[in-house]
Write a protein that binds this ligand. Structure first.
Ligand code: SF4
Length: 134
């Protein structure tokens, strides 16, 4: 695949400042989303509430999911915040902050669900399902 603006746009992606991150199948997509949300949270100027509060809330929800402390309720709240922060933030930073979450939820939703299932199994005193502790 050509690595240019038009080719990436056809795939629904964007070319930023030129960085490219290569990951293999051992990378946790939940943790990848958490990493990028922490960046956006730190870079938020704080002028508008959706970005200032929303990125912090999304980061906390991602932390809970990653740590196995979340339920389907937190996942639903995370998805809702993706829409709210994207549609109500004032500038491009806040408007694009949910992208890594929305993208990983679209392509790797099973990783989020596995984290939640593993956490719920552990809380119930059961052995986590195969792959759930990833
Ligand atoms: S969306 Fe833009 S203006 Fe609003 S807090 Fe984030 S960086 Fe500041």
């Amino acid at each position: 695949m050509p690595c240019d603006y038009e080719s990436l746009a056809k795939l629904g992606s964007i070319m930023g400042s030129g960085g490219m991150i290569v990951m293999d199948e051992t990378s946790s997509m939940v943790d990848v989303a958490k990493f990028f949300m922490e960046f956006c949270m730190d870079e938020s100027c704080g002028k508008c509430v959706p970005c200032r509060v929303g990125t912090a809330q999304m980061h906390e929800l991602l932390r809970q999911i990653s740590a196995g402390e979340a339920t389907a309720r937190e996942l639903a709240l995370l998805e809702h915040l993706c829409e709210v922060v994207k549609s109500t933030s004032l500038c491009g930073l806040g408007q694009s902050a949910p992208n890594p979450v929305a993208s990983t939820l679209h392509y790797f939703r099973e990783e989020y669900e596995a984290k939640i299932a593993a956490g719920e199994a552990a809380a119930a005193g059961h052995t986590p399902p195969a792959g759930g502790a990833a």
